[in-house]
Design a protein around this ligand. Structure first.
Ligand code: BGC
Length: 755
């Protein structure tokens, strides 16, 4: 990273001051040295620049783009890049130097309170989308803050809990997307998480912040703390944390000066941290207040939202409505149609520049007669109407009766339901719709067979048993400020849905791989499902799910030809012809899931390794090209402490979801050289499986038994049933069985085997 030239040296106290904020959203200026302050603010799906001093959470108006739960479902890095650019333009207009996003923690459990801020349960999908977002943002001269590093996949006890994760799981799942974004997009900053990782706070975890992030991934930017994540400034700076937020943090600054003074902290570490802050400031010159095209950004928010909606069910072609004959009257039911749920609570809460609601947009989009009934009370409507808690039940029943009558009198009923809140700071209690919403669906569906459910939710919602009662379901997530118009676009076929699930919808919560180990207790959460996160776990256990990872319908249908694949030095190149076999233009998300039958290590039955989002005109065939990075084929070899690509025949299954695989290409990939050194603890079978070890061991046994006293060990090893028995003995312990392998011989064998 370029350092700002010509800055004079700073005193220890000035260096310490630079490494903490001056207030909630600014770095500390050092005027004597010509270092100005910069603004860092949330993020991630809009710019939340605090509007007035006394209200930390309310921002100036800015475009509220769809949160990551929605953008994750677009499976389209190009859209994410454009969103990043637009956010960069808004940051420039507000003189924001660093936007605090993207949030790329894995959705480990459907109960995760911030799942709405994260993209997916899969690290490849997460990493590809976030890389595009960061590139887009930073192309505008505004820095990203990749967060929350790392393993911040729950809100319960988030500021203390230790995420206890084995290293292979960490590397392959929870760090994988961070690694991709850091190495491919070099975000200006990385934000450390609140939680501890295997017992050590992320904010003072040298292994994480220095050894892995900088040493292995060559990160060149600055590490900023999550707001309030630093428990011990000295330990944090020693671990590689550069900027502590928020400020002022005078006591911490003094602690740093004292620690340098009495030799507890290497002054070079503090200087490095201060230099990184200076370098960050130098990258972000102050900009005059400007403007941006709010109308164009709203349209972009609408386009992204439309592409995020997932059509879960569409029996009998109920949708799109324009094509449905006889839809002369439409009942719009559910308060969420009028009062949209479009973002979650907490630090990402944006004050939108405007807000579309589905009801108004539906009325504008059709000549059919549209009528509305709220169907249920929300917390807000109850408060507005002065309905007390004790009266809510009766009021709900009245609204229900009104909604049912409306549905009965209309050709089509659109029912808007969903979760009532998701917020940073708290995990969810379950995945069921609220009881009033469930009852509304049941009753409306009984009154009108052409009932379409439109869901609004930031975390996954269960769909059983109600889904069987309705012919069509749109998963509308939290779609940002233009969600209402985007929903109308999909309902009327202006947009042909192409969103795909970035997370599995389970039949029930207790099926989920994380279920027994979420959210932990007594300060620890054990990531007991290991590498079997999300669909990996459902597939490994051959469990039925409600809707699989990668799933989503379209108003057209796609057919796949035979896939072909070749191995290259960079990985695997695939081609597959895909035909739009229906009568409408559409987009298909072509997904590649890879497996290696007979792998030497445990693996999920299939893992997403590549995807392509392609527009295909009705009747056309497109030859889709996809690349799998060789690095994405690697697993983390714990015995060597590094990534290894195992050689073998990789099966690349290509299709429309993780459970709708249409064609497979098998390709032989050469493996890395990854010999595991033999040790006294290596078993007899492991020695014999290693070509050099086998030769040496056989020779040693032959020599040892030549005299006739020792047991005929070679003959024993040649007997398959005896080999099953002896094979699991560590060689070092064979001496106890009189096999004439004394310690000196063993030492010689080891030296020769590992030479
Ligand atoms: C959140 C971060 C956010 C920061 C600043 C924290 O509570 O975890 O995601 O960027 O606050 O608002």
């Amino acid at each position: 990273m370029a350092h700002t030239p010509g800055l004079p040296g700073l005193s220890t106290a000035e260096q310490a001051a630079l490494t903490s904020g001056s207030d909630f959203w600014h770095s500390t200026p050092i005027e004597s040295a010509g270092v100005p302050a910069i603004t860092l603010t949330d993020g991630p799906h809009g710019v939340r620049l605090q509007a007035n001093r006394d209200d930390m959470l309310t921002g100036r108006p800015a475009t509220c783009f769809p949160p990551a739960v929605a953008t994750g479902s677009t499976w389209d890095p190009e859209l994410l890049r454009r969103m990043g650019e637009a956010l960069g333009d808004e940051c420039r207009a507000m003189d924001v130097a660093v936007l605090l996003g993207p949030g790329i923690n894995l959705k480990r459990s459907p109960l995760g309170g911030r799942d709405f801020e994260y993209f997916s349960e899969d690290p490849v999908l997460t990493g590809i989308l976030a890389t595009a977002w960061v590139r887009g943002l930073q192309s505008r001269g505004v820095g990203a803050s990749l967060k929350h590093f790392a393993v911040n996949s729950q809100e319960t006890d988030r500021m203390r809990v230790s995420a206890d994760v084995d290293e292979r799981t960490l590397r392959e799942l929870y760090l994988r997307a961070f690694q991709r974004v850091v190495t491919q997009a070099q975000p200006w900053t990385v934000m450390c998480a609140y939680n501890r990782l295997n017992g050590v706070y992320a904010s003072q975890n040298r292994w994480l912040l220095t050894d892995v992030l900088r040493g292995e991934w060559a990160f060149e930017g600055l590490v900023v703390s999550d707001w309030g994540a630093v428990a011990d400034r000295v330990a944090a700076v020693a671990a590689g944390l550069d900027l502590t937020m928020p400020g002022p943090a005078d006591a911490g600054d003094r602690a740093l000066v004292d620690a340098v003074g009495d030799g507890r902290l290497d002054p070079a570490l503090l200087r490095t941290a201060a230099d990184r802050v200076r370098a960050l400031v130098g990258r972000a010159p102050a900009r005059p207040a400007g403007g941006y095209d709010a109308e164009a950004h709203h349209e972009l928010a609408r386009e992204i939202a439309g592409r995020a909606i997932v059509l879960l069910k569409n029996e009998g072609g109920v949708l799109p409505l324009a094509a449905a004959d006889g839809a002369r009257s439409i009942a719009v039911i559910g308060e969420f149609a009028r009062t949209p749920r479009y973002q979650g609570g907490g630090s990402s809460l944006i004050t939108p520049t405007r807000l579309d609601d589905a009801l108004t947009e539906i009325i504008a989009a059709t000549e059919a007669e549209v009528s509305f009934s709220p169907g249920y009370l929300t917390g807000d409507t109850a408060a507005q109407e002065g309905v007390g808690k004790q009266d809510e039940g009766a009021e709900d029943q009245d609204l229900l009766a009104e909604a049912v009558a409306l549905a009965q009198a209309s050709d089509v009923a659109l029912v808007f339901v969903g979760s009532t809140s998701e917020t940073e700071g708290a995990d969810r209690e379950g995945i069921d719709l609220p009881a009033a919403h469930l009852e509304l669906i049941e009753r409306v569906a009984a009154a009108n067979p052409r009932t379409v459910v439109v869901l609004s939710n930031g975390g996954v919602l269960g769909t059983r048993p109600w889904e069987a009662r309705v012919p069509a379901i749109l998963e509308g997530w939290l779609l940002g400020q233009a969600g209402g118009s985007a929903i109308a676009d999909v309902l009327f076929g202006v947009v042909n849905p192409s969103g795909r699930l970035a997370e599995t919808i389970p039949l029930k919560l207790s099926d989920h791989p994380s279920y027994l180990d979420f959210p932990g207790e007594n300060g620890h959460v054990r990531y007991g499902e290991g590498i079997y996160v999300g669909y990996r776990g459902f597939d490994a256990r051959e469990q039925e799910v409600a809707y699989p990872f990668g799933f989503g319908l379209s108003y057209t249908t796609f057919e796949y030809g035979q896939a072909s694949a070749v191995a290259t030095i960079d990985g695997i190149e695939l081609r597959v012809p895909v035909t739009n076999a229906g009568g409408r233009d559409g987009r298909e998300v072509v997904q590649v899931y890879v497996s290696l039958p007979g792998s030497a290590v445990g693996r999920a039955p299939r893992e997403l390794k590549a995807f392509a989002n392609v527009a295909i005109a009705a009747g056309e065939t497109v030859e889709v090209a996809l690349s799998v990075d060789r690095s994405d084929l690697a697993y983390w070899e714990t015995r060597l402490g590094r990534w290894v690509v195992e050689g073998g025949d990789y099966h690349c299954a290509v299709g429309a979801s993780s459970r709708d695989l249409r064609t497979t290409a098998v390709v032989t990939v050469p493996g890395d050289d990854a010999r595991i050194p033999l040790t006294p603890d290596s078993t007899v079978a492991e020695w014999l499986a290693d070509p050099r070890g086998a030769k040496l061991l056989t020779e040693a046994f032959a020599a040892a038994t030549a005299g006739g006293d020792a047991p005929p060990i070679l003959a024993m090893l040649a007997d398959p049933s005896l080999m099953e028995f002896i094979g699991s003995f560590p060689l070092g312990r064979m001496a106890a069985f009189g096999t004439a392998l004394p310690p000196e011989t063993l030492q010689k064998l080891l030296a020769a085997a590992n030479d």
